[in-house]
Design a protein around this ligand. Structure first.
Ligand SMILES: NC(=O)c1ccc[n+]([C@@H]2O[C@H](COP(=O)([O-])OP(=O)(O)OC[C@H]3O[C@@H](n4cnc5c(N)ncnc54)[C@H](O)[C@@H]3O)[C@@H](O)[C@H]2O)c1
Length: 281
């Protein structure tokens, strides 16, 4: 018995990189997989790789920043395979620029694909899980994986669109974990570091020297992401995990750094007096 035997999964951006590795891992774990990507041939290729290995898979081609794409890929999973257990929101792009050079299109593209793209599929998956929970009279169960980035967790000059989107995606994990808990659905996020089509042109062999490429492979990220999506990692939910090859880290929401209380209403003088305890060094 494998981890996802009889289960059904959807992976966005499954036509390459980390998403393809996740789709293949889920299939090895026993799941039927719906592979979304806006590169139709790439999505079809991943689905064919799964079928050639004896698994079940179909492609659902579309731009994940669009509402209808999210709806269609969830409907496809239900129509084709009759259930939904796992959604991995992985699709992403990168348009790095300093804010002074960043265009409206750079901003809208990155926010659309990462942030709205993580929302649309999850929204329609949540509607399904809610209906199933009502029908069964008990939590149906399931897992959502969101894909954030250490850039979103720590910040990175030159990437303000990506930082804003990925920070939002991490926040979605902690909040959606609470919203979807009544349906028995766990929501966790992973921040990858992998030698892929997105990162290779930017960082090349500086971050990915030959001897690190296996440890920093999309397949290694997929192992961690699919473990988080598998029943064996229950009851973990609302967790944000960064992958740095052999080192993993888990993160807290923004920790409180300092605190100050007003004796009455705030004034500039009261704020001057409070700054030491509000911003401890
Ligand atoms: N590789 C890394 O080191 C790294 C680091 C931090 C975060 N990430 C995140 O991991 C995820 C996967 O990245 P990757 O390295 O595999 O990138 P990648 O470029 O190799 O793959 C991304 C996939 O998403 C697809 N895609 C892009 N826009 C899409 C859209 N609008 N609709 C549907 N599909 C779309 C692409 O066609 C591609 O197949 C992304 O969310 C990325 O931001 C990756």
């Amino acid at each position: 018995m494998s981890d996802q035997d009889g289960k059904v999964a959807v992976v966005t951006g499954g036509g390459g990189g980390v998403g393809r590795a996740e789709a293949l891992q889920l299939a090895r774990d026993g799941a039927a997989v719906v592979v979304n990507d806006f590169r139709g041939e790439a999505a079809e290729e991943t689905a064919a790789m799964i079928r050639d290995a004896g698994g079940r898979a179909v492609a659902s081609v579309g731009d994940i920043s669009l509402w209808d794409t999210g709806k269609a890929m969830i409907e496809r999973a239900l129509a084709e395979f009759g259930r939904l257990d796992v959604l991995i929101n992985n699709a992403g792009n990168s348009r790095p620029r300093y804010i002074v050079n960043m265009t409206e299109e750079d901003w809208d593209s990155v926010i659309g694909i990462h942030l709205k793209g993580s929302f649309v599929g999850t929204k329609f998956a949540a509607l399904h899980w809610q209906a199933e929970t009502k029908r069964l009279g008990a939590p149906v169960g399931g897992a959502v994986i969101l894909t954030t980035s250490t850039n979103g967790l720590h910040g990175q000059p030159g990437y303000i669109n990506y930082v804003a989107a990925k920070s939002g995606v991490a926040a979605m994990a902690t909040t959606l974990a609470k919203e979807l808990a009544p349906f028995g659905v766990r929501v966790n996020a992973i921040a990858p570091l992998a030698f892929s089509g997105m990162t290779t042109p930017i960082w090349g062999s500086a971050i990915f020297p030959e001897e690190k490429r296996e440890e920093l492979s999309p397949e290694q990220v997929a192992t961690v992401a699919c473990w988080l999506a598998a029943p064996r990692s229950a009851p973990l939910t609302g967790e944000v995990v960064s992958f740095g090859g052999q080192r993993l880290r888990s993160y807290d929401e923004w920790p409180i750094k300092g605190e100050a209380a007003a004796d009455g209403l705030w004034s500039y003088a009261a704020l001057d007096a409070a700054r030491g305890s509000l911003f401890p060094q």
